[in-house]
Design a protein around this ligand. Structure first.
Ligand SMILES: NC(=O)c1ccc[n+]([C@@H]2O[C@H](COP(=O)([O-])OP(=O)(O)OC[C@H]3O[C@@H](n4cnc5c(N)ncnc54)[C@H](OP(=O)(O)O)[C@@H]3O)[C@@H](O)[C@H]2O)c1
Length: 331
């Protein structure tokens, strides 16, 4: 009989790739979605759909017991919200409730993998000599990062939970919608930057992330572990657009926008979206994250413990991504 994995956030960008990888590894996949979630892209895959009532612990427990899952990957999360409370409600409280239910439920759970974020630890100064390590004293610079850190703390306080916390840096690949905005802008001949200050950035291709996440399910034992994840390289602020334009054979006009002007624009956009359910792609939170000096993280720990060997760098990952965007008429 196949082992069962419950994947939350399955309708999202990373969730989709987790589902694909789990199927490739011959697991029986249960995709946790919302009634409103887009699922057209999942319908051709052999998955069962389920909905989790994150606010009701007893019901969550019953659903987990009915499912008898061997593994849970919790990737549902809010990457855009207007307030700290908004982020915390989904990223921290839902996560705590699911973790508690997983501990209480009578299920054969071997591993609970939480998709946190490098944002939970926060960036380091540009001149920092050491990359962000799992032992790094956390200092998230965004409300999003704070909510992910709070979620990590909640889960760590559940000693019965066989927890693996993953903290990926910026993830790109097919279906991704934020870095895609930059790719589309480059495709149209513009290469915008926020300020002129030097930056060290890191990225991970979604297929490498999916593969290592599935590998984390099989770490023996029940001890709690955490890993920062990137493709292992350090990129300057120009690298992403440079590789994109090279692959697209485009010439671009490079623009350095003053930070203060971009901040003013972000504030205007926030104001314009004030009465909307949506949050603008550019907001002051996002700006803080985008203009941080140094997001380089150490991947020595997952290399040692999990044999993590990223197969993609920006050149190869973006080549696949751009082909997908073109094939799907996003470009
Ligand atoms: N993308 C990155 O660069 C990155 C980097 C580090 C960590 N992460 C983490 O990876 C996870 C997935 O991110 P992503 O980039 O794939 O984002 P995404 O495409 O926006 O997917 C988010 C997923 O979470 C679900 N979700 C959001 N709010 C929910 C709620 N209130 N109740 C239940 N489900 C909810 C969404 O469901 P719907 O489809 O119904 O909206 C969707 O399936 C998140 O936890 C994020 O924090 C992402």
């Amino acid at each position: 009989m196949k082992e069962k994995v419950l994947i939350t956030g399955a309708s999202g960008f990373i969730g989709y790739h987790l589902v694909e990888e789990a199927l490739r590894q011959n697991l029986e996949v249960f995709a946790a979605i919302r009634p409103s979630s887009p699922t057209a892209h999942l319908r051709s895959l052999r998955v069962h759909f389920t909905t989790l009532p994150y606010l009701s612990g007893p019901t969550l427990e019953k659903i987990l017991e009915a499912g008898q899952y061997h593994y849970i990957i919790h990737a549902a999360g809010l990457t855009k919200a207007k307030t700290q409370e908004g982020y915390n409600a989904v990223n921290a409280t839902f996560t705590r409730n699911l973790g508690e239910a997983a501990v209480r439920a009578d299920i054969p759970l071997k591993r609970f993998v939480f998709m946190s974020s490098l944002a939970a630890l926060g960036p380091v100064p540009e001149e920092a000599t050491r990359p962000i390590s799992p032992l790094h004293q956390p200092h998230p610079v965004t409300a999003y990062g704070k909510s992910k850190l709070l979620a990590e703390e909640y889960l760590r306080n559940l000693p019965g939970l066989p927890l693996v916390t993953l903290r990926p840096t910026a993830v790109y690949g097919p279906l991704e919608r934020d870095l895609y905005l930059l790719i589309r802008t480059v495709a149209r001949g513009l290469e915008p930057y926020i300020g002129r200050q030097a930056q060290k950035l890191s990225f991970i291709y979604v297929k490498d992330l999916a593969e290592i996440t599935l590998r984390a399910l099989h770490i023996p034992g029940r001890n709690q572990l955490s890993y920062n994840l990137s493709d292992g390289n350090s990129y300057d602020k120009y690298a992403f657009a440079e590789v994109t334009k090279k692959l697209l054979h485009k010439k671009t006009l490079r623009l350095h926008l003053p930070v203060a002007a971009v901040r003013a624009l972000a504030r205007l956009l926030e104001e314009a979206y004030r009465f909307s359910d949506k949050t603008p792609a550019l907001n002051r939170e996002k700006l803080t994250e985008l203009s941080a000096a140094n997001w380089i993280c150490s991947i020595r720990e997952p290399q040692q413990d999990l044999g993590f060997a990223p197969r993609y760098n920006l050149e190869t990952g973006l080549a696949e991504t751009l082909n997908w965007y073109k094939a799907n008429k996003w470009l």
